[in-house]
Design a protein around this ligand. Structure first.
Ligand SMILES: NC(=O)c1ccc[n+]([C@@H]2O[C@H](COP(=O)([O-])OP(=O)(O)OC[C@H]3O[C@@H](n4cnc5c(N)ncnc54)[C@H](OP(=O)(O)O)[C@@H]3O)[C@@H](O)[C@H]2O)c1
Length: 329
């Protein structure tokens, strides 16, 4: 039998309301994009999910294509949920998505009803779950009518295969239209998953005003810019880092001398506050009350333990935020 989880797991974490919905998400959520696939250590993956839950991280985020190979993160997560989390399904928020290429032919990607509905069916089988808590359309489809993609989200929620509906990487205008369409359908658009970090601030002008007005929660993906906003790349490119990996999405070329100089300055600023750059970057993303959760990745248990320390860090002041703006300029 799997070891029990800590009785104190809900004591330190903060849970934020997702927009105007009833759903609360942990300030830090864990994504399984990297380090949970068939090519990765299953023991480490399991240790990270277990430790995350012990730390109050109740939300695990997946997508049909996470791996590699595609689908293997869902398979591994399903195995671990079965062996270690069987008694805890109602304490967890599990999400998955469809949008990117998953199988050959015209029905294996984008946003048709055919693709979205059948992809969720496959995800549930891989994870051995009856339902997911959130099902997302993973990326905007320029060709499929918006009401068809959103109609598929409404359909799976009504079927009980997902509890909440979300979209990812939709721009502000499309999100505004989506919120109105979903309202008409009777299934609210509960959550948006955009990329957001100190190095990628596009949503501040375009999306956040829309989600704020529409009452949609925001879970920021890549809040550490895939590890750039940590101590990983301040001097060199460590062998066990994402930028060194064959399957990683972070290209070495991204780490230019100019970027490194900026990261070194941000790191010094974080050190003056008595924290790591990773913690500064997470606190920064969460400074805006319209951001519900920071969706991190991790390759080691120790990274999770470090990152949840933000819950005890002093909040960023207006003067500090202005100084950070200067460092980022
Ligand atoms: N919707 C979408 O289109 C989309 C796209 C991308 C991601 N996502 C979601 O967002 C999640 C997070 O993405 P991400 O993994 O790129 O997020 P991230 O949090 O920006 O980067 C995670 C990486 O940062 C490093 N790291 C984390 N904590 C650290 C610490 N305390 N000290 C040093 N290094 C640390 C690790 O790198 P190393 O591996 O090098 O140790 C880790 O793998 C994904 O799993 C997925 O669920 C969604």
């Amino acid at each position: 039998m799997a070891k029990a989880f800590s009785e104190k797991r809900y004591e330190a974490m903060t849970y934020n309301r997702c927009g105007t919905s009833g759903l609360k998400l942990p300030a830090i959520s864990l994504g399984l994009w990297h380090n949970f696939g068939g090519v990765d250590s299953f023991a480490t993956a399991k240790a990270m999910l277990r430790r995350a839950f012990d730390l109050g991280i109740t939300h695990f985020d997946l997508a049909n294509n996470y791996g590699p190979p595609p689908g293997s993160a869902e398979i591994n997560c399903g195995k671990i949920l079965k062996s270690d989390f069987k008694a805890y399904r109602d304490e967890l928020v599990i999400s998955t998505k469809a949008g990117y290429r998953m199988w050959p032919g015209p029905y294996g990607e984008w946003g048709s009803r055919k693709y979205l509905v059948t992809s969720l069916e496959q995800s549930l089988k891989r994870m051995k779950l009856e339902y997911v808590d959130i099902f997302y359309h993973h990326r905007p489809d320029p060709d499929t009518p918006l009401d068809e993609s959103l109609g598929a989200l409404d359909q799976v929620v009504r079927q009980g295969k997902a509890i909440y509906a979300g979209v990812s990487s939709y721009n502000g205008a499309r999100t505004k239209d989506s919120a109105a369409l979903m309202k008409e359908l009777g299934t609210p658009l509960t959550i948006h998953q955009p990329s957001y970090s100190m190095l990628n601030r596009g949503i501040e002008k375009d999306l956040l005003p829309v989600t704020g007005t529409a009452g949609i929660g925001v879970i920021a993906f890549c809040p550490l810019a895939q590890g750039l906003l940590t101590n990983r790349y301040l001097k060199d490119i460590p062998k066990d880092s994402r930028a060194s990996k064959k399957h990683g999405f972070l290209k070495k070329e991204r780490i230019t001398p100019e970027l490194r100089a900026k990261l070194v300055k941000l790191n010094a600023f974080a050190e003056r506050r008595g924290q790591s750059l990773a913690r500064l970057a997470l606190q920064w993303v969460l400074r805006d009350p319209r951001v519900t959760s920071a969706l991190i990745g991790a390759s080691k248990v120790a990274q999770l333990e470090e990152n949840v320390k933000i819950l005890k860090d002093a909040p960023l002041t207006e003067a500090e935020l202005a100084e950070i703006d200067g460092l980022l300029a």
